[in-house]
Design a protein around this ligand. Structure first.
Ligand SMILES: C[S@@+](CC[C@H](N)C(=O)[O-])C[C@H]1O[C@@H](n2cnc3c(N)ncnc32)[C@H](O)[C@@H]1O
Length: 255
């Protein structure tokens, strides 16, 4: 019965209207990070994503992006892959350095907002765990605030390694764990208590920011992530804490 009703309702949809998925739009992903839920969640926040970032990080995100640019050290004519690029705000510093930058993401909503704002960039739809690029293509591969959302972290680290040329580098910018214990406690309180109410005021999808807080808490610490980079084949792996470890930059090279 319910099935027949659903089929009748589907037939009544006007031409051209495609439901986001058969259960309706996803407001937040679970910590299992099912790819369709993650992509759909980012589709839902795409329009106000950059503004919300600025507000929730109290403007710190701009400083973090400057540090990523320094670590990537992009040069004119180099090829840089910005993975999980979203609207490509994270890609812009490398274009300013004169590099050829490919922003890649699997949320069509984020890519569309990015394309509207930065039409000249070669936005590419692709999943971090099955990248649509040949081996040894890029001088540098970088991912900002994306790796934590990928359902298979190790597969993504191996794919990033595959598409980087020998001698090339990876730079990962991700939320991490504050190193000073008292600060870590305050921060965790801020995250779990203040983030959702603030997000309710500025974001189109506050639930996505509950996911943000939970996914940061369950993310590996600096040392554990470095070990996973080494396991994926990266050499000379090192990391640097930003804002006391709220964010960490991990760097590695392809031998
Ligand atoms: C928090 S946003 C970061 C966007 C941008 N890098 C920035 O710094 O503003 C995370 C992005 O990761 C993307 N993402 C998550 N899992 C992915 C996957 N498996 N493949 C490609 N993109 C993915 C999402 O679609 C989303 O756009």
């Amino acid at each position: 019965m319910a099935d027949a009703a659903a089929r009748r309702k589907a037939r009544l949809l006007p031409w051209g209207r495609v439901p986001a998925c058969h259960n309706g739009p996803v407001t937040r992903a679970s910590l299992e990070k099912q790819p369709h839920e993650v992509a759909s969640m980012f589709d839902g926040v795409a329009e106000r994503y950059d503004l919300t970032n600025d507000v929730l990080s109290l403007g710190q995100d701009r400083r973090w992006r400057r540090e990523v640019a320094r670590a990537v050290d992009a040069r004119p004519a180099q090829k840089v892959l910005d993975l999980a690029a979203g609207t490509a705000t994270s890609s812009l510093p490398f274009t300013r350095a004169g590099a050829y930058v490919v922003p890649c993401d699997f949320s069509i909503g984020m890519l569309q907002v990015g394309k509207r704002r930065h039409a000249w960039l070669p936005f590419t739809a692709g999943d971090a765990t099955r990248l649509p690029f040949r081996d040894d293509t890029f001088d540098a591969v970088t991912i900002s605030f994306g790796l934590r959302n990928v359902h298979d972290t190790d597969a993504a680290l191996r794919e990033m390694h595959r598409v980087t040329r020998p001698g090339g580098r990876v730079v990962i910018c991700e939320f991490s764990h504050p190193t000073w214990a008292p600060f870590r406690t305050v921060y965790t309180e801020y995250l779990m208590r203040a983030l959702p109410p603030v997000a309710r005021a500025v974001s189109s999808n506050p639930d996505a920011y509950v996911y943000l807080a939970e996914s940061i808490r369950s993310w590996p610490d600096q040392e554990a992530l470095a070990a996973r980079l080494s396991d994926a084949g990266w050499t000379k792996v090192a990391w640097r804490n930003l804002s006391g470890g709220i964010v960490a930059l991990h760097r590695g090279f392809k031998a």
